[in-house]
Ligand binder design. Structure first.
Ligand code: SAH
Length: 367
């Protein structure tokens, strides 16, 4: 039986150095190979001209540079691009590139589907299949970079990454941390910690662990100013209530008083968008260095919510601003290709049988 080749995209620098040490090679081979893969976009060992011939042959025998395969590529009228990537026979995830005047942001997925069941999110409806490997996470940058280079006159570049695609990144801790290490590694993408953002619904123990191993920027999906409402919107709140989550966030940025948490808040008409909610939020966030990001709700098939109207969102924002909280309303991008926040669906072979459970539940209720 032939041994399966090792995909080098699964290693951050430390891992790759260990891999070369095992081969009896010098550690600096790791940084050379990283540059080839991530900076020059090379996907075969033949082209790695600063490695000796015998090492290139050894690598070709034992290792591989495998990235996800692009199934479809869509471009929005506003310049946003979305790729559907095949990861295995039954599953695909989506990755989105959002160009702006001063930056280009890639929105990266961390899991196939999601287990959190937030009621306003399309990914949740797909159910959950599995965690992405490190290679599948960092592979999204490799693939998007390549795809953008082959488009004529395209000089678009990834300057920022947000872990805001499909999945809850803190429930895929090790692979996400390794992939973010590669994003920030000088010999790979060299992004600064301010330009790599992990977004979480608030997995408290993982958040505490994250502080020990990483210093990426943090975004919290809050969406409600009290536990009663948040329990409904983000069921994970029943396990980790708001107070514990905010404490963990405070702890995460402690030690550096320039740091801020980005607090995400999806605007749902008649649910969480009243002036009273805004005032409750002001009280709640007292003492947390935060900036607010109001996200207009993006509808998807069978979604039970509507987006708040603009006047309501503006009024909500004004209350926060008057209380001294920096607040921006996120522009909806890519909605014509279903690439906006909460619309990423991919193709998930659902192991949680979510659709079935839902159908049973509704059927049971009607019976
Ligand atoms: N699981 C992580 C990251 C993925 S979601 C998290 O919860 O943060 C990325 C952001 O999009 C989150 O703030 C999420 O709440 C928001 N979102 C989900 N569905 C949405 C929808 N339909 N409209 C607008 N934003 C949505």
């Amino acid at each position: 039986m032939t041994q399966e080749k090792i995909n080098l995209l699964n290693f951050d620098r430390a891992g790759l150095e260990a891999f070369f040490a095992e081969l009896g090679e010098k550690r600096f081979r790791a940084t050379q190979v990283m540059k080839w893969i991530y900076q020059f976009g090379v996907d075969n060992f033949e082209e790695m001209s600063n490695l000796g011939k015998s090492l290139r042959e050894k690598l070709a025998e034992q290792a591989a540079i495998n990235v996800p395969e692009i199934v479809t590529e869509q471009h929005s009228a506003d310049g946003t691009s979305k790729w559907l990537l095949r990861l295995d026979s039954g599953n695909c995830v989506e990755t989105v590139f959002i160009p702006e005047a001063d930056r280009g942001t890639l929105c990266v997925s961390s899991q196939i589907g999601c287990a959190l069941e937030c009621s306003f999110c399309s990914t949740a409806q797909q159910g959950f299949n599995r965690n992405l490997t490190t290679a599948e996470i960092i592979g999204q940058l490799v693939v998007a970079n390549r795809a953008m280079q082959v488009r004529p006159r395209d000089d678009r570049k990834i300057s920022n990454v947000v872990m805001m695609g499909m999945g809850e990144p803190l429930l895929n801790f090790d692979n996400v941390v390794r992939a973010m290490n590669i994003m920030m590694e000088d010999n790979a993408y060299g992004l600064s910690k301010r330009r790599v953002t992990l977004s979480t619904a608030g997995v408290v123990p993982a958040l505490l662990r994250l502080k020990e191993v990483s210093d990426v920027s943090l975004a919290l999906s809050l969406h409600a100013p009290n536990d009663e409402l948040r329990n409904e919107l983000v069921p994970l709140n029943r396990k980790y209530p708001i107070r514990e989550v905010l404490e963990a966030c405070k702890h995460y940025i402690s030690g550096d008083n320039r740091r801020r948490i980005t607090v995400e808040y999806v605007m749902l008409a008649g649910i969480n968008d009243s002036p009273a909610h805004a005032r409750e939020l002001v009280k709640l966030l007292r003492g947390l260095p935060a900036k607010m990001n109001l996200i207009p709700f993006n509808p998807f098939p069978n979604s039970q919510y509507r987006c708040s109207d603009m006047a309501t969102i503006d009024r909500f924002r004004d209350i926060l601003m008057q209380a001294g909280i920096v607040t921006v309303t996120r522009k909806t991008r890519g909605d014509d290709i279903d690439a906006a926040c909460g619309q990423l669906a991919g193709k998930v072979a659902d192991r949680t049988r979510r659709q079935q459970r839902k159908a049973d539940f509704i059927g049971g209720r009607q019976a």
